[in-house]
Design a protein around this ligand. Sequence first.
Ligand SMILES: [Zn+2]
Length: 310
Amino acid sequence: MNHPLELTVVMYHYVRDPGDAAEAGSGILGMSVRDFEAQLNELSQRHTFIAWPDLRAALQEDVTLPSSACLLTFDDGVSDHYVNVFKILHDRGLSGLFFVLDRRGSDGLILAHKIHFLLARLGLAGLHEAIWEKLNPAQRERFTQAEKRYQLKHPPISLDKQINLLKAVLQRDLSAEVDTLLGKLFEGHIGSENETARNYYLNPEQIREMAAGGMYFGGHSHSHPWFDWIDAEERAAEISASAEWLRQIEPGPWAFAYPYGGLAEDAPNLLKAYGFVAAFTTKAQLYHSDAYLIGRLDGEEIAHEGQGHA
Ligand SMILES: [Zn+2]
């Protein structure tokens, strides 16, 4: 890019109400449908919404974006995006960019989502205990060391921070071994993981309908790892899986969102090689000087800030 691009990108995950088809009794909360619509109303007063092809043209052909442009993005390919988001955007004549995981029927849930379900069912202390019981002495040692390291960096005061600490240990240090362990806990406490995953993620028919309705899709990897926690070969495999998946949905070049916002130095070149021309982080910024490091604001966070100022 010749000059920094000014663009407000908003990132969303769960958009759901208790008891609706997306929440489906999981106990996992998200942004309410009402708050989501209120935020769209507010954003529309200050911004001009754009779609992914507008940004792609700005990046590739140096087409100028409208002033105060805003792009709506949705991570993880959860069914909320079909059940709640698609209709709202479609009715308003808006488009969203949906970062979907390459998941097939028997792939089950990604680790982060297994943790969400189990936290909702067992609570923080319950999940911690259930995992601890199943670890061998060497794993317990690594678990404790990792906890100590994160505790020093970010002293956990609030419950949210304690939850983030457990997530960090499970999603990074122990990600390889706890994936199976959490799968077993899932089967024991909740039910069939594959069946849950089939309802939890967008299915190909829903994706087709959304694409026909003006929505766009981008990559978000296959297994949602921290990119700085895996090696270059694994990063290439994750990105290539995304490209394969997207090829069935819409022609490229595509956009990508880094899982957890995790970065690796070689990721932009790998993304370029597999047909991606932009990548999004989770860093809150409005000016972007690198097409592979486009920052985003968290919709739920700005909603809470809005309430705080009111
Ligand atoms: Zn994600």
